[in-house]
Design a protein around this ligand. Structure first.
Ligand code: ZN
Length: 238
């Protein structure tokens, strides 16, 4: 899960914080700051990308929307239909999960062949549990082995992307030129699932730098200078 920076509350022409009357009007600004992809599963989407409320605006058991949550820029991310509907209206205790706008979420999960996502092996047990809870909250573990009739295709798309990234890496080994590197980045941006590309190219710092720079909103402070390995995020839980 790509760690992101949402940035400060957007201003109007007079330099005042925009007073959102409808959260959907924040969508364009969020896309320009975070890139056109789901903040959780990293699926690239041109349409059907919704403003996501980290803390739900209508948590279960509450009769009307909580306005402070509904219209709070600092509570917004972007989500696809699958992540949005899986997460739903479950009220969340922020400290029990990892969040891409607060934590170095790239450090929390391990991506592997087939598009499988698991908690990183290197985490202490308590953080592994948090990572697992985050995976379950957003349904990133949904797979036909769990539900053969699932309409959710995120796992399938991740698996395909893993194969494309691997083929791209092989192409680069055959023909390592700046042009080939740029072409692979274009493919990665069109394909989405940034974390998969970062994982497949984890031994190639120059490609990781290109990936970090290629999409708006990536939290650059989450990666070390020089080899672009994930580091602890200041203020985050990982
Ligand atoms: Zn998603």
């Amino acid at each position: 899960m790509r760690p992101v920076v949402r940035g400060p509350w957007p201003k109007d022409e007079d330099g005042n914080d925009i007073n959102y009357k409808d959260y959907a009007t924040a969508r364009a600004e969020l896309i320009s700051r975070l890139g056109e992809c789901c903040s959780y599963c990293e699926m690239r989407l041109n349409t059907a990308l919704a403003v996501e409320h980290v803390q739900p605006k209508n948590p279960k058991g509450v009769s009307s929307p909580i306005r402070e949550r509904e219209l709070d820029w600092n509570n917004f991310l972007l989500a696809c239909t699958n992540c949005n509907s899986t997460k739903g209206a479950k009220d969340v205790e922020l400290t029990e999960y990892f969040w891409p706008d607060r934590d170095n979420t790239f450090r929390a999960f391990r991506y592997s062949e087939g598009g499988i996502i698991r908690p990183s092996e290197s985490l202490p047990e308590s953080k592994k549990k948090m990572a697992q809870k985050t995976i379950e909250l957003t349904g990133l573990n949904k797979h036909p082995s769990h539900d053969p009739k699932a309409s959710d295709r995120r796992w399938l798309n991740r698996g395909e992307t893993w194969n494309i990234a691997q083929e791209s890496k092989n192409d680069l080994q055959e023909n390592d030129t700046p042009q080939m590197r740029r072409q692979i980045i274009r493919t990665a941006m069109g394909q989405g699932y940034w974390s998969i590309w970062m994982t497949v190219f984890e031994d190639d710092p120059e490609m990781k730098k290109r990936l970090i720079d290629a999409i708006s909103g990536t939290a650059k402070e989450c990666f070390s200078e020089g080899n672009y390995s994930p580091t602890h995020r200041l203020g985050g839980q990982i």
